[in-house]
Design a protein around this ligand. Structure first.
Ligand SMILES: [Ca+2]
Ligand SMILES: [Ca+2]
Length: 426
């Protein structure tokens, strides 16, 4: 991996060659093109000296659809970095968004959002937010900045909204006041349907695409009566949606005009999606929680069906197979990658910065249950390498974001949660 670092650093001076080299490296499983390991890494699991990071017994005996779909080769980037604790004392932070200028916007699951200064000082909770239903997995969830935040100061956020008869995930937007004490002109722009009286699988992540549209992810609410809704187009459960900044369905969404289908739906058949990230080429990927086994990474393509609960690489928490143990079916998408046992994935970020050349184009995923940061090397439609970082820290990682400075920022899921900065060691 040091070869990778040197080669990339050398090429950076050459300007436009950086992209080409990055693609070459990715295609080689992030090994040097001349490295003897490169071919084996690119082939994925099964190569002679390919050792997966995962060594635990799988929960299921299900077989992958192709080599490298799970337990791909472990890789080590040997990047030397410091973990700087930027801020402490956050209650179950769910989302961190680095702001222009070095401060952070943070959501806290019980229902608060605040600005944390670059020096770690916690701002007061912003006023003007609608109430949340913070029971179970619910609460104030993701937040994202308007693509033109520097001029419009607009913030979008998702939350489990208390409603007559229960709750469901909704999306609101508001304008951050100049004194950063309140959100103004707050409006709920989207309410996922239906309302249900439960406390699980709300999703959710928000991500603006290069098309200026807002993509949002929702869970299927977990309980037996709700699970089948992921396969039906008359609701938003277990879906990824694509909406305008006013919460409306754009006319080129895949199910617009289809009888009985909700026009906001972009993809269906998801379980509980808590990560959504665009790569450097503008492709959306999602990572969703599986049941017992079967966490998935998917390439999200307009109108596609991702299979839950007709196919899965997991099993019921109580042990029995799901859908008779089916993992493949005509018309249903295969995950690009899956984990068994689960890592319990939360936020994710494709790294595109300059601070860590060896990590460029890697997908970083926060792990809750396994308490680490997962790095995936992706080449085309395949994961060719997996690395686990921050293992010794033993903290649940809820979100990971890249700052304008090219550094990575994480939040830990704890009643006394922290913001961490990963920076190259000088
Ligand atoms: Ca966010
Ligand atoms: Ca799936």
């Amino acid at each position: 991996m040091q070869t990778t670092g040197r080669a990339t650093a050398g090429a950076r001076a050459a300007g436009w060659t950086v992209t080409l080299l990055a693609l070459t490296l990715a295609a080689c499983g992030e090994q040097s093109a001349t490295s003897a390991m490169s071919a084996q890494a690119a082939e994925g699991a099964g190569a002679a000296d390919c050792k997966p990071v995962e060594t635990r017994e799988p929960n299921t005996q299900l077989k992958p659809a192709f080599a490298g779909q799970t337990r791909t080769c472990g890789v080590k980037s040997d990047v030397v970095f410091d973990v700087v604790v930027v801020a402490k004392g956050l209650e179950q932070p769910w989302s961190v968004e680095p702001l222009p200028g070095g401060d952070f916007l943070v959501t806290e699951k019980p229902g608060r959002m605040r600005v944390v200064a670059a020096d770690g000082k916690l701002g007061d909770p912003l006023t003007g937010l609608p109430k949340v239903d913070a029971r179970g997995q619910g609460g104030l969830l993701d937040a994202t900045l308007s693509p033109s935040f520097t001029t419009d100061r607009t913030i979008y956020w998702s939350f489990s909204e208390p409603r007559e008869g229960g709750n469901a995930t909704s999306i609101a937007r508001g304008v951050l006041s100049p004194d950063r004490k309140s959100l103004e002109q707050v409006r709920v722009i989207f309410q996922a349907q239906p309302t249900y009286d439960g406390d699980k699988h709300f999703g959710s992540r928000l991500a603006f695409g290069p098309d200026g549209m807002l993509y949002a992810t929702f869970g299927e609410r977990s309980d037996a009566p709700m699970r089948p809704l992921a396969q039906k187009l008359d609701n938003h459960m277990g879906k990824i949606i694509r909406i305008t900044t006013d919460g409306k369905a754009p006319s080129d969404n895949p199910f617009v005009g289809q009888a009985g289908a909700l026009p906001e739906i972009w993809t269906l058949g998801h379980r509980n999606v808590q990560a959504a990230a665009f790569d450097a080429r503008g492709q959306l990927w999602d990572i969703e929680h599986g049941p017992q086994g079967g966490d998935e990474l998917n390439k999200v393509v307009k109108g596609k069906n991702y299979g839950w609960a007709l196919i899965t690489y997991g099993e019921e928490y109580s042990g029995p197979p799901i859908a008779g143990g089916a993992t493949q079916r005509e018309g249903l998408e295969q995950p690009v990658y899956y984990w068994d046992p689960v890592i319990a994935p939360s936020g994710a970020q494709f790294y595109t910065g300059d601070a860590f050349p060896a990590w460029r184009d890697s997908l970083f995923v926060g792990s809750l249950k396994q308490m680490r940061l997962v790095r995936l090397v992706i080449a085309g439609d395949r994961v060719t390498g997996e690395e686990h970082l921050l293992v010794d820290r033993g903290q649940r990682i809820r979100d990971v974001r890249q700052g304008p400075d090219g550094l990575l920022y994480l939040v830990t899921d704890s009643t006394s949660g922290e913001i961490w900065k990963l920076a190259p060691r000088r």
